[in-house]
Structure formats: structure tokens, C-alpha cells
Design a protein around this ligand. Structure first.
Ligand code: UN1
Length: 518
């Protein structure tokens, strides 16, 4: 039985919605993790209004005090680390070791931003006129609507919510429908740990259409000033269009078709390890997951043989155990993944069994009961080329393509061809290749001799092309999402000094020349 009904929380008060839906453990489909009360669009509108009302008082709390609130949140997350990680595993089937890493990512984010409360630096800038000083200040944007996916149900929300709060914004968070139980726990820890006043951090559980309708109204009302969204490029475009019509720029973190290039000088064992983790860790459901291995033709046969052997030997099964891969996140993702498997074509060579792990299609060494959950076989599809859907489009799930190249230019062309630009990787022992790859790849993130996934929480995270609109999360760079620069000038000369007009100039001697030969 689920512990409790998960509801939205607006202005510190639980709000039930119009319908209740059960959320299941994808590793044990007979286990209901929580009953979720889904809100109407009007609840989102109310939450935005509540955030708006609370914002001025929150912005008036000195930033170092807000930094202390973030410190306390980080401590409370740490004190609840195992319980929260267990809940991540129950809610979305993420293997426990990875779930623990995900919870640590919240703590890392708090550790970084608690200090930012004592910085949030502005600048003093010299004026072109005497007795006048110029300054810059970072101001909060106002209210932020944060809409997140469920594959990282707590780490990615923390990338938005921690800096948003630290910078003096108030928040309306709309988590993924299928990760509502762990989202509710995250919300409670944040509100309690931070001692956050009502309205500072609201959570709304709603489906996509209700969220979109609510967001549209809140933007028109002027109660939402900033939108952060992590999800698909299709929804990202909609959010981008909606915010653009309201003269806002959203922070958009969308999907990826992340390449991993294996050069002739690569350490193949390392490359295989990286491909295995980034291809099949989180069952291939990270936006940073490996899309296509692009291997030099001289290494192709050896790489594919070792990668296929490593994949066949990988631990798959119950995510409470020590496995590389658990189930897919939710039935919705399993259904969509089935359609990606239809993209396999006769000219492809497939390693592994495309489809669900069942008694008829068993997997040797499976840990647990495959019939209990949404378990799929990891598959490698060799011979993908531009023009194949499998090469061109993101396939959220445990499927990795392989293609070959002849010269370095071709490797770069193939790596950039799908038009995403989130993460990328190259395996090489030649520094010239590493730097050439870095400068020519379109991705926002580049790994050298490391997998495409597993970014650290204080480096800029974000993509280009179909992967986003150039916004960056994490570290100092996300401050530009949640603050606006304000400039101030202060003239204490006692007279009106007009910029560009009352500027004293020194008189340069442009005619002077050194006498030759002296
Ligand atoms: C995502 O899948 O949306 O870099 C984020 C990584 C993780 C975050 C992934 N730290 O793979």
C-alpha cells in the first residue's frame, strides 16, 4: 500500500486535484508506490500567484542567510540520503548505486551554492567622468516555473531550484507525473530543511496539458517570470515559443544523440567500458546517454566484438541489487521504446535481442524475475548511417548504434550530423585529435577518454542545436538564468555631467617619430 496520497502544495497547503492516479514501481509492476492527485490548470495558476506574493519578502532575505538555508537543505538531504535513494529506485527503477549518486548530486549542488550566498558578486566599474562611480548588481528574476523530467527526478530539479532560491526567486515546480512520490519527498525535505516560508517553493502535480494551460495563463498574468524545462525537444519548442511570446527566454535542456568517437590510437578496453556505462547505465535513459559509437574502420571489428561481449555479460535486473541496468522508467517509456526498436533495418547487424526480457526471450544471468517489471534487453545495432532513424534521432532506452569512419573529418561530420549538441566523447591518446574534436564538435559538453554521461555538478551543463537554446545550468553559469544584471551610476560631482558629451580628453601627439639611426 502507498504511504500517502501525493498532492500539490500551494502556499504551504496541500491541494487535491480532480483525479487520482496510481504510480507503479517499474521493477515490480504490482507495487503501487503512491497515489497521485493530479491538479487542474487553475492550481498551477494559483501556485504562480502564491509564488509572486511571496517573492518580495524572500528577495529581502539577505543572500548569505538564503545561503544558510541552502546549507541546511544539503544537510537534511544528506541525513536522508539512503531513504531518498531507495525512493528513487522504487519510483523509477534506477539501480540503487546510481540513485545514491543522483542524491549526492543534490548535495554537491547545495555545497556549491551555499557559498554563492556570500558572493553573488556585482562589480564596481570606472566612469568616464570624474566624481562618478558605476556599479552592477545581480537581481532575482522573480518567480520561476520549473518543469522537469523523471529520469533524474531529484538531481536535475536541484540544478534549477537550488540556484533559483539562492538568487531570491520563488518557485513553482512541476515534476514528472511518473516520479511524483520521490518528488514529494524532495519537496518536503527542501521546505523543512530550508525553513522556507509558504509560497517560496510550491509543487504542482499535473499532466502535460494542464501544466501547459496553467503556464500559459500565469505567463499572461505576469505571475511567472522565468521558465526552466528539461525534457524532449518537441515540448521544448512549445515552451520556447510560449515564453518567447511573453518576451522571456526559457532555460531549455533537451535531448541528445550523443556520439562516442573511437580513434585508431584509442585504448579499446577503456572505450568499451565508457560505451557500456553511457549506453546502458540508467537503461540508456539519460539525456547524456550514448547514441552512436563512431569507430575508425581499423578498430571496428575488435571494438564491436568486445562491446557486444561486455554487453552480454553486464548485470541486468532488480535495481535494488548491484546491476548496470534495471527496468525502463515507466510504461509510457516502454511503449515509446518499442517503436524505436521498429527502426532496426535489414542492413543493420544486431547484437542482443531487441525487446522485452521474458520467459520466451530470456537473458542469461538476469537478476530477479523479469516478468515483474519493464525489463528490456540491451542491444547494439551495427551499421547505422545518416538517414537511418536510428542514427538521426534520440532513442531513449537501451539501444546503441555503431558506425565507422575512414578519416578524422568524416568522424566529425558523423558526430555532428544528427543536429543535437548536448554531450560527446572521443577516445584517443593523441592530444591533437582531442583538441581538434573539442573545437569542431557542436556539443556543449566534451569528454576525452570518458563516457558521454556523468557530468559533474559545477561545470556548465547544456546543449546546442536540438539539445537546447544555449542556456547553461550548474556552477556559476546558471546564475545568469536566475538573475538579471542591473547597472547603477552615482554622480557625486554636484552637476549634470553628460555621458559622451562632457568627457575630458587628453591631447595625444600623433606626429612624434623617433629620429632614424639614433
Ligand atoms: C539528464 O539526463 O537530464 O551528466 C541529466 C549526467 C548526469 C545528468 C544527466 N549527471 O549524465
Amino acid at each position: 500500500m502507498p504511504d500517502k496520497l501525493v498532492t500539490s502544495v500551494v502556499d504551504g497547503v496541500p491541494v487535491e486535484g480532480g483525479r487520482t492516479v496510481a504510480s507503479y514501481n517499474p521493477a515490480r509492476l504490482d507495487e503501487v508506490v503512491a497515489e497521485i492527485s493530479f491538479a487542474e490548470a487553475s492550481t498551477f495558476v494559483d501556485a504562480a500567484a502564491s509564488a509572486k506574493r511571496a517573492q518580495a519578502a524572500w528577495a529581502a532575505v539577505p543572500p548569505p542567510v538564503r545561503g544558510r538555508a541552502i546549507a541546511h537543505i544539503g544537510r537534511l538531504v544528506e541525513a536522508n540520503m539512503h531513504e531518498l535513494a531507495q525512493l528513487v529506485t522504487r519510483d523509477i527503477g534506477k539501480p540503487y548505486g546510481e540513485a545514491l549518486g543522483e542524491v549526492r548530486e543534490i548535495v554537491d549542488t547545495c555545497d556549491f551554492f551555499l557559498g554563492e550566498g556570500r558572493r553573488l558578486y556585482g562589480q564596481t566599474v570606472p566612469s568616464e567622468m570624474p566624481d562618478k562611480q558605476l556599479f552592477t548588481f545581480r537581481n532575482p528574476v522573480g518567480t520561476a516555473a520549473i518543469i522537469t523530467a523523471g529520469n533524474f527526478p531529484v538531481a536535475v530539479p536541484s540544478w534549477y531550484i537550488v540556484p533559483a532560491l539562492l538568487c531570491g526567486n520563488t518557485v513553482v515546480w512541476k515534476p514528472a507525473e511518473y516520479s511524483a512520490a520521490v518528488s514529494a519527498a524532495f519537496h518536503e525535505i527542501f521546505v523543512r530543511g530550508g525553513g522556507l516560508p509558504p509560497g517560496v517553493f510550491n509543487v504542482v502535480h499535473a499532466d502535460g496539458p494542464a501544466t501547459f494551460a496553467g503556464l500559459e495563463r500565469a505567463l499572461a498574468d505576469g505571475t511567472i517570470d522565468k521558465v526552466g524545462f528539461t525534457g524532449s525537444p518537441e515540448v521544448g519548442r512549445e515552451i520556447g515559443a510560449l515564453t518567447g511570446r511573453n518576451l522571456q527566454t526559457a532555460c531549455l535542456e533537451l535531448g541528445g544523440k550523443n556520439p562516442l568517437v573511437v580513434t585508431p590510437t584509442a585504448d579499446l578496453d577503456l572505450a568499451v567500458e565508457g560505451a557500456l556505462f553511457s549506453g546502458f547505465g540508467t537503461a540508456g535513459q539519460r539525456c547524456t546517454s550514448l547514441g552512436t559509437v563512431i569507430v575508425h574502420e581499423s578498430q571496428h571489428a575488435e571494438l564491436v566484438e568486445r562491446f557486444a561481449a561486455a554487453t552480454a555479460a553486464a548485470a541486468v535486473g532488480d535495481p535494488t541489487g548491484d546491476v548496470l541496468m534495471g527496468p525502463l522508467l515507466d510504461q509510457k517509456f516502454a511503449d515509446r521504446y518499442d517503436t524505436f526498436l521498429e527502426w532496426i533495418q535489414p542492413h543493420h547487424t544486431v547484437y542482443g535481442t531487441p525487446g522485452r526480457i521474458t520467459a520466451e526471450l530470456p537473458r542469461a544471468g538476469f537478476q530477479g524475475d523479469p516478468a515483474a517489471g519493464l525489463y528490456y534487453h540491451p542491444v547494439i545495432v551495427d551499421g547505422v548511417r545518416p538517414g537511418d532513424a536510428l542514427f538521426d534521432q534520440e532513442t531513449f532506452g537501451p539501444i546503441v548504434g555503431v558506425t565507422t569512419y575512414v578519416d578524422f573529418d568524416e568522424a566529425i561530420e558523423l558526430a555532428n550530423a544528427p543536429g543535437y549538441g548536448l554531450s560527446s566523447s572521443i577516445y584517443t591518446t593523441n592530444p591533437a585529435d582531442a583538441f581538434a574534436f573539442r573545437s569542431r564538435i557542436g556539443a556543449g559538453m566534451v569528454s576525452i577518454n570518458n563516457s558521454t554521461s556523468g557530468a559533474e555538478a559545477h561545470l556548465p551543463f547544456g546543449g546546442n542545436g536540438k539539445s537546447g537554446n544555449g542556456s547553461r545550468q550548474s556552477g556559476l553559469w546558471v546564475l545568469d538564468q536566475f538573475t538579471r544584471w542591473q547597472s547603477m551610476n552615482w554622480d557625486y560631482s554636484g552637476r549634470l555631467q553628460k555621458a559622451q558629451m562632457d568627457v575630458a580628453e587628453l591631447v595625444p601627439d600623433t606626429e612624434f617619430r623617433l629620429a632614424g639611426g639614433q
